[in-house]
Design a binder for this molecule. Structure first.
Ligand code: IPM
Ligand code: MG
Length: 359
């Protein structure tokens, strides 16, 4: 029997509640599909700051690197907003991505028919949307040097960051995008700002050069401002959206709103080898933490991505996704998705319903 070791990062805010739901489901689904999972909970983000003073303790990073996969809920909270940046929860997440060399962030955005009314956009615009943001995650302006803040002699302050990509960094993320396009509908739209930025000109050239390896993929390029507009104007035109780190951060939040709730979206962060990190796109929602109001579905769908991509347990992944479809079809909704005619449930009751749907 295969057995897998999962590092579990519950993090902050609603993290522990949604992690508990995902863990119960994973235990059951593993049993049903004849493999075993062991869980190693580790602190990260604010929880780690409280326990150790560091948002990413060395012990957490090494546990993550040694696991078969890492499942993370969410990090951050208002009580950490005034800490110096290096000590903030977000720095822990960035250090984790870079320490695990997770350069490829996959963020699928698929309309769930039962939730079509939850979007602020019209049904005819969003129905049938099924796209994947492929976001570069360990480079670009998030990590580029030089960066910092200086004060001139006259007292003028200046802050600066550098958007930088090397050809090999572009090539490895572009390859992920092209390979996914081959498995999906065969369309890849690369997002840049090549009309203004040198780094984007290089990005565009490298993507074009790679296109000759993939004759079956239809490649297009779009400036990021236009991509932001097209995502709400005509989102069905997109299949794979290939982006740098900052553009993908922004566009993936925008794309999330096509589905009506960011509480539905999972993600996977992958390197070229080693374990992947699977986490919901949403944050730690400190305003509703500890009140049994959180939507655990993105976390459960992240667990499904972990099973499929990280552990190659496709059947188990599909069962979890089916359970999510089933509870939505039953009309169960957490507050973020509540609509007329549906039944309001809390996080735990949603977990119970998911368990029941698993059988
Ligand atoms: C995300 C988040 C992070 C990012 C923050 C929390 C550092 O917004 O995963 O999209 O900017 O990458
Ligand atoms: Mg973001």
């Amino acid at each position: 029997m295969s057995s897998y070791h999962i590092t579990l990062l519950a993090g902050d805010g609603i993290g522990p509640e949604i992690t508990a739901v995902a863990r119960r489901l994973l235990e059951v689904v593993a049993q049903q599909h004849n493999f075993s999972l062991s869980f190693d909970p580790q602190p990260v983000g604010g929880a780690a700051i409280d326990a150790t003073g560091e948002p990413l303790p060395a012990s957490t990073l090494s546990a993550c690197r040694g696991a078969d996969a890492v499942l993370l809920a969410a990090i951050g909270g208002p009580q950490y907003d005034n800490l110096p940046r290096a000590k903030r929860p977000e720095s822990g997440l960035l250090a984790l991505r870079s320490g695990m060399e997770l350069f490829a962030n996959l963020r699928p955005v698929k309309i769930v028919p039962a939730l079509i009314g939850a979007s602020t956009l019209r049904e005819e615009v969003i129905s049938g949307v099924d796209l994947m943001v492929v976001r570069e995650l360990t480079g670009g302006i998030y990590f580029g040097q030089p960066k910092g803040r200086v004060t001139s002699e006259s007292g003028e302050e200046r802050g600066f960051n550098t958007m930088t990509y090397s050809s090999s960094e572009i090539d490895r993320i572009a390859r992920v995008g092209f390979d996914l396009a081959v498995q999906r509908s065969g369309r890849l739209c690369s997002v840049d700002k090549a009309n203004v930025l040198d780094v984007s000109q290089l990005w565009r050239e490298r993507v074009d050069a790679m296109a000759s390896d993939y004759s079956g993929v239809e490649v297009s390029h779009m400036y990021v401002d236009n991509a932001a507009m097209q995502l709400v104007r005509a989102p069905r035109q997109f299949d794979v959206l290939l982006t740098g780190n900052l553009f993908g951060d922004i566009l993936s939040d925008e794309a999330a709103m096509l589905t009506g709730s960011i509480g539905m979206l999972p993600s996977a962060s992958l390197g070229s080898e080693g374990p992947g990190l699977f986490e919901p796109v949403h944050g730690s929602a400190p305003d509703i933490a500890g009140q049994d109001k959180a939507n655990p579905l993105a976390m459960v769908l992240s667990a499904a991505m972990m099973l499929r991509i990280g552990l190659k347990q496709e059947a188990a992944a599909a069962s979890l996704e089916k359970a999510v479809d089933a509870v939505l079809a039953q009309g169960l909704r957490t507050g973020d998705l509540m609509a007329e005619g549906c039944t309001a449930v809390g996080c735990q009751a949603m977990g119970d319903a998911l368990l029941k749907a698993l059988g």
